[in-house]
Write a protein that binds this ligand. Sequence first.
Ligand SMILES: *[C@@H]1O[C@H](CO)[C@@H](O)[C@H](O)[C@H]1NC(C)=O
Ligand SMILES: *[C@@H]1O[C@H](CO)[C@@H](O)[C@H](O)[C@H]1NC(C)=O
Length: 356
Amino acid sequence: MNLPYLQLHYSAKLVRKIDLRYAFILVTLIFFLDFVHCFSRQNVIDSPLLTQKIGTNHTIIVDVNGKGDFKSIQAAIDRIPNGNSHWIIIHIMNGVYREKVSIPRNKPYIFMRGNGRGRTSIVWSQSSYDNYESATFKVEAPHFVAYGISFKNIAPTHIAHTSETRSVAALVGGDKAAFYHCAFFSNYNTLFDYKGRHYYDNCYIQGSIDFIFGHGQAMFHDCELFVITNWKDEIRGSVTAHHRNSHNEDDTGFVFVKGRVYGTRDDVYLGRAKGAHSRVIFANTYLSRTVIPHGWSNSSYKGSTKNLFQAEYNCHGPGSGSSNRAPWSKQLRDKEAAPFLSIDFIKGAQWLPAWF
Ligand SMILES: *[C@@H]1O[C@H](CO)[C@@H](O)[C@H](O)[C@H]1NC(C)=O
Ligand SMILES: *[C@@H]1O[C@H](CO)[C@@H](O)[C@H](O)[C@H]1NC(C)=O
């Protein structure tokens, strides 16, 4: 990284000898090459890397236009035997798949590989009183990987005079699930991180109220959390609602490392506590003005705030100021934050195919 400064110095000398324009071109070129170099040093987790890590070429092609083995994703999943014990790739070609998709408990080792979240999407429209019922996509099997897919529930929210407002885009209820470069869209209760250990890398998650919620133990690395306006709601939006009742034998929590929180409103909480031990940490994250100065809410939990773990570490941006934060919330010190900053939080080295 010191290289451009050296080169700049050198090229500054050149300026006297040669035309200024050449010097400018030279400097630009050096910066560009350095940028490319830095960029290529980062490990972008892409689908060839994941495929290699998973170590199989066993692929089923799903193509909505009929050029694959199946036209429907669920039809492909149905064909995988119960108790499957070898990784199988379901490659989902470009297209909008209008279906509900469910991976039941007894079908582990599925890798759903899309062509990118702008190209492959699974879309359904259902709202319900019940989160589980409403979900467009459900995975309850352990050992699951998704890459480059959008999960959408496009149900309108707050249908007049009903409580049928839940419209989950994805329910993640199996242990050891990883999502890379995926996107989750809904107006209400977008991502149900129900239970188990999960990893989300470079994902885009959009919603309004409590839109990442559940009892899960999840790490979100470099994800974009976009808060949309939901005019009909009387309560303030919240990015998360993590549910944890006890700290004994319960390692769950939502950890956000890097990434961004932003959106179209300016009064959103980072978390609304569910249960006495709700645990959410935002670390090294950009917080825009979307985040309300109070930061955290206890409004879904009637009781002492003593055991809530609503914490931030080293965040930046105009929404990160800590002076008006909820008194029970924490600004972690280095040592306190350390256990949450790596995939050790989800024991990822034991099961993740790839991570940062
Ligand atoms: C998958 O196929 C490619 C190309 O045919 C081959 O190079 C690679 O070794 C295969 N990988 C596995 C795990 O079978
Ligand atoms: C819950 O939050 C509100 C607003 O910050 C606060 O007035 C109240 O005391 C909190 N409840 C407890 C039990 O701390």
